[in-house]
Design a protein around this ligand. Structure first.
Ligand code: ATP
Length: 278
């Protein structure tokens, strides 16, 4: 299933006019299938991230969200399908090559190096760079987003709170100046206040620096408020795709992901396969 919207034909003074072609997406995933041994975790998943936008993938535990991100960042090789980043197929490249192309991945569970200091963790994020002045500038930029990290620069990352470790994990990925960032459940295990703070920064990085983002989340409310476009994943398949604005209005989404009550009959969900955004 491709997320490119069907071209709508609009009529001006009776003459049909084709809609302007959508800009090439920064990320285009086509029909990927990935396995853990014999277990198929995602089946025929296709999605796109328009350049400069935030796209979210919603889904319950075990739906396959993390597997999609691992397949994009090269941690897992798909058995079928293609992953195109800025027009280049990357589905068989090593994760290291993919990072160098400008695609960062903040994995689930804030994988910081616990025995290294905050500063050392940040420098690990810049390990492929040699421009010292640029690195120093980027560190300052990151302290602007996360002043708390600056206060703890010389502490081991393992001593930070969960929220601070999440900030560090995001910052470390930003140190490589990615053009696309994959974010896996940044809200996991954090208090509502911290979740709000971190999502505020995610929006700022997107708006101020134009970093495109693919955000995987179980916190559907926050994800739908943050992202521009969204996909719903169920048991390894995309079942719905639309703008977040429209997804928020969907009765199915309200009932099953936003906790609204008594919309329709439980157990009789019928996803509408809408493909209406570009
Ligand atoms: P969660 O929100 O719980 O992280 P998810 O939507 O990210 O869930 P995945 O972690 O991608 O889901 O898992 C998709 C499916 O693959 C699940 O059925 C899961 O049990 C299975 N799976 C994930 N990792 C492994 C693994 N290392 N070995 C075997 N099966 C796995």
């Amino acid at each position: 299933m491709t997320m490119t919207a069907e071209s709508e034909m609009k009529s001006v003074a009776g003459a049909p006019v084709a809609a302007a072609p959508a800009a090439e997406p920064i990320l285009k995933v086509s029909n990927i299938e990935s396995y853990y041994g014999p277990i198929m975790a995602i089946r025929g998943v296709s999605l796109e991230v328009p350049r400069g936008s935030i796209v979210t993938v919603l889904g319950a535990n075990g739906a396959g969200k993390t597997t999609i991100l691992k397949t994009i960042s090269g941690v897992l090789d798909p058995l079928k399908g293609t992953v195109e980043f800025e027009g280049k197929q990357i589905q068989r490249l090593d994760p290291d090559r993919i990072v160098r192309l400008g695609l960062g991945h903040v994995p689930e569970g804030r994988e910081v190096f616990p025995f290294l200091t905050v500063r050392e963790n940040l420098m690990m994020g810049a390990y492929i760079r040699t421009d010292r002045a640029g690195i120093a500038k980027d560190l300052e930029r990151i302290y602007g987003y996360f002043p708390r990290l600056k206060e703890r620069l010389d502490q081991p990352a393992g001593h930070l709170s969960g929220g601070e470790q999440q900030m560090l994990a995001i910052s470390r990925a930003l140190m490589n100046r990615p053009r696309l960032l994959l974010l896996d459940e940044p809200s996991l295990g954090l208090s509502p206040i911290l979740v709000k703070e971190i999502f505020g920064i995610i929006r700022r990085v997107n708006a101020e620096e134009g970093v495109s983002m693919l955000l995987v989340e179980q916190n559907a409310r926050m994800a739908l408020e943050t992202a521009h476009h969204g996909y719903v994943l169920e048991v390894g398949r995309i079942v719905m795709a639309d703008t977040c604005e429209r997804l928020r209005e969907s009765k199915d989404i309200q009932e099953f992901y936003l906790g609204a009550r008594d919309h329709g009959e439980r157990g009789e969900r019928r996803w509408k396969r809408k493909k209406t955004w570009r």
